[in-house]
Design a protein around this ligand. Structure first.
Ligand code: UN1
Length: 508
């Protein structure tokens, strides 16, 4: 229903999700819809003093929650998954309204929440530690995993609900209460998620108060959270500049940091690649979410033998893609989040032009009924060299393209940026595929073969190296970051042998 008002529709979605209108009317933080620029909420902001109270409540909740058996903690997350299933349509609608995602991607984002809940429920019975061979007779050595404490979560606008849930679902089964500072660009979806979570809590019955709290506001609120000694783990998703600041502050108080920062993700299209598959993967990973995923494809290296076959097809796809109101059927590219994103795109394209690049697309589109939205034509930028704006992340649908001659050169280019999140190769040559994922291949946290760099499943550990921050969230053993590890050595004998054969005779 593209012509309906974003204001009315967001009110309806918030009401359906059960959010108290007092939270989003009469407050000081304006929530905008990127669809038409309308103000869709005036959200009550958290004060710095309230962050202090929230941390105290979380610390109190922690004392009780860590004693609840992990599978019982998993039951809360199971109920949350059920509530998310029931609210999927409304929450996805709010994601579309507040973050500008097309309907299918918004639903996919909520599905990602449901998936991580399912994962975390199973995990709640699998917080395994190792039993370790000990050098001493009649001793047993083991590691046990204990809840770490309240977990701060700072999330970005582009995945306004899923990234919180990757962290929260794991933290909660690990025994950690959560304190969430969502992006100031997407406070309404955070309120929506809290309302859904509140229903799971009510069904669960006896969870401590303060288990999940939302802190609405800007940098000062994030800084208060990051600086609070009662919060031993902070997961932060956003820019490298933000992560550098947060990481240093956390390091200074020896708190654990889980950082998921910028990406400048590449794809290599090799001579043997299926160009049909590559084309589809490029389209989704470069234009999907209007180029505003951390995993968005930004750099494309095409072998010189297939460049002149692939590029005309790609230009055609780019020219034909439907841009517009993300609520409308058939639209694949919705709005940028705001004017700042558009200016960043203009700047990057200007820099590329200055380097003699050949551009197609990249203009601003006026969309009927969406006057104050920033809609950009996805841009294909054929670069002469790996330089300038191609070396940095611009959160917009810009795909830089280059020819390459040999695979070692393409892999070197893949790795020649400061970020290290995601990467992929399209090839049907086993040697090339294996080389790309080998020790001397991609240096990224995610390296794929015959799928694009974006749209990861939750089962794998998500995150990357270098300026991406090194954190891992979601699947695999990412849960360990939300716990503390204790090594326990138990002596069940009647003597006290010391390790390393040390003798310390006190003559008794
Ligand atoms: C992000 O952009 O911060 O792999 C997260 C993907 C999504 C998550 C992206 N599953 O593209």
């Amino acid at each position: 229903m593209p012509s309906s008002s974003t204001v009315r529709q967001s009110r309806e979605a918030l009401a359906a999700l059960g959010v108290d209108p007092a939270a989003y009317t009469g407050g000081t933080l304006a929530a905008h819809s990127p669809i038409d620029g309308a103000v869709i909420g005036a959200v009550r902001e958290t004060s710095v003093g309230e962050v202090d109270e929230a941390a105290a409540a979380a610390a109190e909740a922690f004392r009780a929650w860590r004693l609840v058996p992990a599978p019982r903690r998993g039951e809360l997350v199971r109920l949350f998954g059920e509530e998310l299933r029931a609210s999927k349509a409304h929450l996805a609608e709010l994601v579309t309204l507040e973050a500008g995602k097309i309907v299918s991607e918004a639903q996919g984002e909520v599905q990602e929440m449901i998936d991580i809940c399912d994962f975390a429920v199973g995990l709640s019975r699998q917080l395994y530690g190792l039993t370790i061979a000990t050098e001493r007779p009649e001793h047993r050595m083991m590691e046990s995993w204990r809840a770490a404490g309240p977990c701060g979560i700072i999330s970005a606008f582009n995945f306004p609900v899923a990234v919180w849930s990757w962290n929260a679902a794991l933290a909660l089964v690990c025994g950690d209460p959560v304190l969430w500072k969502p992006s100031e660009k997407t406070p309404l979806t955070a309120l929506g998620v809290q309302a859904v979570f509140a229903r799971a809590l009510a069904r669960f019955g006896d969870a401590p108060a303060g288990l999940s709290q939302v802190l609405i506001g800007g940098r000062d609120i994030g800084a208060a959270l990051v600086g609070d000694d009662r919060v031993p783990v902070v997961s932060a998703t956003g820019s490298t500049a933000m992560g550098r600041d947060v990481g240093q502050k956390l390091a200074s108080r020896f708190a654990k940091a889980i950082l998921e920062l910028g990406g400048n993700n590449a794809m290599i299209v090799a001579p043997s690649a299926s160009l049909d598959l590559a084309l589809r993967a490029i389209a989704f990973s470069a234009m999907g979410t209007a180029g505003q995923r951390c995993t968005t494809l930004r750099r494309l290296f095409v072998h010189e033998s297939v460049y002149d076959q692939l590029l005309p097809r790609l230009r055609k796809v780019y020219a034909g893609v439907t841009i517009g109101d993300p609520r409308a059927a058939g639209v694949l590219v919705g709005p940028l989040i705001d004017a700042g994103a558009w200016h960043g795109m203009e700047r990057a394209l200007g820099d590329a032009r200055g380097l003699g690049a050949h551009l197609s697309g990249g203009g601003r589109r006026e969309i009927a009924g969406c006057a104050d939205g920033f809609y950009a034509e996805p841009a294909l930028v054929e670069m002469k060299a790996h330089e300038g704006p191609m070396l940095r992340e611009t959160f917009a649908p810009i795909l830089y393209v280059m020819r390459y001659r040999d695979l070692d050169e393409a892999i070197a280019l893949n790795n020649a940026v400061s970020a290290g999140l995601s990467s992929s190769i399209f090839t049907n040559d086993l040697r090339e595929a294996e080389l790309f994922v080998s020790e001397s291949g991609s240096d990224c946290g995610i390296a794929n073969v015959n799928i694009g760099p974006s749209g990861a499943e939750i089962g794998g550990a998500f995150g990357g190296e270098k300026e991406t921050g090194g954190g891992r969230e979601a699947g695999s053993d990412s849960w360990k970051a939300y716990m503390r590890r204790a090594t326990n050595t138990v002596n069940y004998g009647r003597t006290l042998p010391l390790a390393q054969g040390v003798s310390f005779d006190i003559g008794e």
